[in-house]
Write a protein that binds this ligand. Sequence first.
Ligand SMILES: Cc1ncc(COP(=O)(O)O)c(C=O)c1O
Length: 512
Amino acid sequence: MQPGSGARAASPLAPAWLALPRDLNELEPKMWAHDVERTPSGELAVGGVSVEHLAHEFGTPLFVMSEDDFRARARAFKEAFDAAFADVCGGVDVYYAGKSFLCSAVAAWVAEEGLRLDTCSGGELAVAAKAGLPGELLSLHGNNKSDSEIERALDLGVGRIVVDSLDELERVAAIAAARASQDPQHRELRAKVMLRLTPGVHAHTHEFIATAHEDQKFGLSMAPGTASAEFRAEVAGESGEAAAGAVSAAEEAVAAAAGHDSIELLGLHCHIGSQIFESEGFELAASKLLTFLAAMRSAYGVALPELDLGGGYGIAYTPVDTPRPPQQIAQAMAAVVRSTSAELGITPPRISIEPGRAIVGSTTFTLYRAGVTKDVVVDLPGPGEESSETTAVRRYLSVDGGMSDNARPVLYDADYSVVLASRASDAAPQLTRVVGKHCESGDIVVRDAYLPDDAGRGDLLAVPGTGAYCWALSSNYNYLGRPGVVAVRHGSARWIVRGETEQDLLSRDMGV
Ligand SMILES: Cc1ncc(COP(=O)(O)O)c(C=O)c1O
């Protein structure tokens, strides 16, 4: 087929959600940083810097992040939640989830915009320390923290350790107690702790499900009967068999924390899932945790002044994704915290949240250079109502990265979108699968997208929405260097994480 000669018709191979675009050169605003645009020449630019300039200066593949967009999204969360919760608990502490993407520049921006930082390993704590963030702005997560990670968190004076299990609670208590007894400087040390609970609410995109038991590795179960045999025996002795049968692992942890002088129990935490668009799941989790919090306050005389409702707010990867603005989510959650606290007759706890993807995801696109094109004739299941065709062409367009810089399509079947970035084109739309250069047939970057029929070797392609869980999950599969991340602001671009060189790749090879 000659460039531009394809028919402007939907491909029978396209998934139902993928509409034929009106104009392939248009950018869907919800998927891009606010300062990405097509210049009059047709090329994409971010913050006034053109993609050809970026590719020339920094190479491809390349993560391109708009610093202003990151800062604006971080501020938007903080302002929206502060406003919605002002009358409930005086505002909200927003912890940016560093697991989505972290480097010291981003950690610094987070603090400058009035947010805090959620880490989940010693390595992420090291990045925060490199950025000079004060310990009280940090929290430490993880279902299997090592003793040295706990030690490091205490060294840094983190604002809170989010404890995931009874095993960990006892280790944190013992490590803090040992410090207090051995070091006169730490005599008053009490480890600040939150307990991560599993409320039996799972949310994923448009659905949420509520179950009694959580079949997963994270957190302390709130389901009745999940406490240890020892704790149940203790409760049976004091309050009878029926009460013992109802106690949960979460309650056992509250009781244990309350009994340790070396622990300051700040409150409760939950995280119900990721890429969530509806607020019902968050609302149900909030009301379950508040009810439990009220019960624990009266049963154990603990103050539990804080409640963290986790992250998980969804973003647009494709035109059919419908994220809601932070104001809407915040108002819906504030309404539930306000009314449930009033019903329970309790002072609302200070609320915190942990958004990652919703802050960083859409700030970034990945820039690839296109290479080989291959058209494959695919048999159709049977002639459709509108066409008697029995075959259709699927185009494979290979780029110079792949599953090593974006594992999400392989890991989660995640869908992405793509545009021709180095120029505009009037060619007809061609259903295209953008694939990587790895030795895996599942190495897909964008499963289904319409690209101009003349897009091919030498063109730059841009895949939006790659700010979260792409660089963070990247690998060196097939000895590809991990791409670097460039931040663009005020018309100039700089590495915030440089790309790996061949020398980096060989630096840990100990030789023959
Ligand atoms: C405990 C916790 N908090 C926050 C997040 C951030 O989630 P998201 O990036 O979807 O907002 C995660 C993600 O897995 C998480 O496990």
